[in-house]
Design a protein around this ligand. Sequence first.
Ligand SMILES: C[S@@+](CC[C@H](N)C(=O)[O-])C[C@H]1O[C@@H](n2cnc3c(N)ncnc32)[C@H](O)[C@@H]1O
Length: 314
Amino acid sequence: MSLRSEVLETLVCPVTREALTWSDEWVANSSRSHRYRISESGIPLFAEEFCSAEGRIQQHHYDKVAAAYMESLAYPHTLAYTEALDDAFLALMEKGGMGRVAEICCGRGEAFRLLRERVGAGVGVDVSISMLEAARRELGGERIAFVQGDATALPIADGAYDNVVMFGGIHHVNDREKLFSEVFRILKPGGRFYWREPVSDFFLWRLLRAIIYRLSPALDHETERPLLYRETVPVLEKVGFELRRWETYGFLGFCFFMNSDVLVFNRAFRFIPGIRAITRGFARLDELTLKLPGMSRAGLQVLGVAQKPASGTP
Ligand SMILES: C[S@@+](CC[C@H](N)C(=O)[O-])C[C@H]1O[C@@H](n2cnc3c(N)ncnc32)[C@H](O)[C@@H]1O
């Protein structure tokens, strides 16, 4: 069996969880009660008909802002700060190969871009076709497939993946219990769930975000809800996960050099000579700030790891 068919074999009907039958233009569950279109570029559209109301809002939003969103990730200062976050993320992870990996709310596949060499086989799931098309163009192929799906009803079989990664997707899904249950369900026993997300445990970030989310046309304030430790960890544990790491990153440096989709003024930073080195310096300063007593939860981003117990039952 080719790797690609191995990935496709892990997919199921998101409504009935039955196995799937494939043709070139559609995919159907075995009882034929649900049939899903496949886009011209080969992306199965599991969320075209069945999608949570919130997922639908996100789909429209990201289909509209995809180009601007991706442009904002490519500024030199954004790239430099992201590299610092990537280094911190890699330091948090187990070493070596990752086996089968699912990236949920994958957008253009940020986690796969970072972990590509370590992924045995992977599936990226997102509601936005524009984001998925960008991911497919850059990363799609024999090892990694992209599908349209809702994070609260994943088109993936139980216990099919060794690792699940989410970068910037959890905070868009209000029904966290459903989301985390789905992540738990698709993981093998002993599998790990990694995330990198906005966190607002520090009062200043809560305040700033409340204002920015309402003012920025790039954001939809009703579907942006950064994580809070006291709200997130009990839900992870309720669905069966054991929390392994909760580390926050990003302080004033992150505030100024990231989020160019929202903080329009910082797009001009790309013209400053040496901006990459300056940004890395600020990232280091942020790291030191968060090491001060009482500051460990005050970052703007949380990098986390939770594990499904090896016995597999909550
Ligand atoms: C902030 S972007 C992050 C994209 C990418 N992971 C990254 O790091 O750039 C959030 C992504 O979550 C997706 N998304 C939001 N709600 C979703 C849902 N219910 N199901 C699947 N994807 C969803 C959006 O379409 C968007 O691509």
